[in-house]
Ligand binder design. Sequence first.
Ligand code: AMP
Ligand code: MG
Length: 491
Amino acid sequence: MAVQKSTIKIGWNLDNSYSRLPKLFFTNTNPTPVCSPKLVILNYPLAASLGLDAHTLQSNDGIAVLSGNKIPEEAFPIAQAYAGHQFGYFTILGDGRAILLGEQITPSGERFDIQLKGSGRTPYSRRGDGRAALGPMLREYIISEAMHALGIATTRSLAVVTTGEKIIRETDQPGAILTRVASSHLRVGTFEYVAEKGTDEDIRTLADYTLQRHFPDFDSDDNPYIFLLKEVIKRQAVLIAKWQLVGFIHGVMNTDNMAISGETIDYGPCAFMDTYNLKTVFSSIDTYGRYAYGNQPDIAAWNLARFAETLLPLLHSDQERAIQLAQDAVEDFFKLYNFQWLKGMRAKLGLFNQEAQDEALIEDLLSIMEKYRADYTNTFRALTFDRLEDMTLFNTTEFANWYEQWRARLEKQQETKASSHQLMRSANPALIPRNHRVEEALEAAVKQGDYSVMEGLIDALSNPYAHSPEQAHYSTPPVESSQPYRTFCGT
Ligand code: AMP
Ligand code: MG
């Protein structure tokens, strides 16, 4: 289908390196135009860092691009092919409702995928309509930007436009398109797709492309593919540790939703934990708790094993040897993860140096939190400011004993109390995107067309370590309800 070109100067500087890969990897596909696009939110700082003119992006031509009604002149829209293990089962997937316009080269020379999500059917749509609903797209915007502000690697959200079209879900929903920005959309599932459908040479091509794009400084003396595997594992260890440290639950850690770049990707039924509990699950489709909070590190390792399998032909010519190399690398995930997690937990407790008993000290606190159903974020915030009042936990003997041990441990290090406090401030967010606050913002936006609640929330979340008085409103946990919070995939 022909699509109109946008020639107005917005600052596009697009390359399309992915489209130079073998045809197997993607299909040329244009976005499907929508009837009446309206811009509802635009990320000014992100636009600026991409070299895009936010003012022009709000013009008719700019909105036409953000809605898929026009494409930038140099764009070469494609839908990417991928596969994935969904809840443990292998499936062929692909961008069923997303189009990659190209890779924006920023003024500082970085490369970012610009993807329209919800932009119409593609050859990979299966039975889906290729569209997205407004609520879930705004949700992705809020949470991905909150993750970024928390210092967690993530895809970003540039804009959301409503399409003026209704889409059919359980109830009719307003349609919307999110412009997603990612350092790439290479997924574990991309490798699985090529391993399934292509040759060993295709896998090598994909691995070489990935190395060049994400890990350009590998040592040419070593086997670059072992390097690739180890680096991807390292990045995931850092990422998942950060998730655990802020209480983020992805919700659908299928292999197609794990990015090779180490960014958090595909915000569906994700949510942040209020009350500390390893079994926390929000997703309505995760009946068995496969992707529960406490399982995320194990699942990451499982996904990385699927990634490693796709690289086997490149790791060693002797298959046994290749398998051994892959297994060793995947096993290292836990060591790397534990190291990152402990490092982060020490910072949350104001500890600079390492001591053998630290892990026990941390685990003790977590188990008291679990027992007394303490709010995860607010417990650490209260410890940071030594404001130990309004939580049941703080009035228990268990906590009093723990507190004494913790103070004694702090006394043993050389750093001052003030520097400990500073460390804790920078490691313990004042606020997270609480589920009830996110829902409130989405309800006002979707039902009343009032975006002010969402804007206030996004603003408060943009500097989570500020600990400013205005943030207090957003940090109260929800009133405990008899109904557990449920999130939906929101396709
Ligand atoms: P997700 O659950 O968003 O990670 O998507 C899993 C797969 O389903 C991907 O291949 C998506 O492109 C596809 N998909 C999700 N929603 C739709 C939709 N409305 N139309 C077509 N494909 C979809
Ligand atoms: Mg996905």
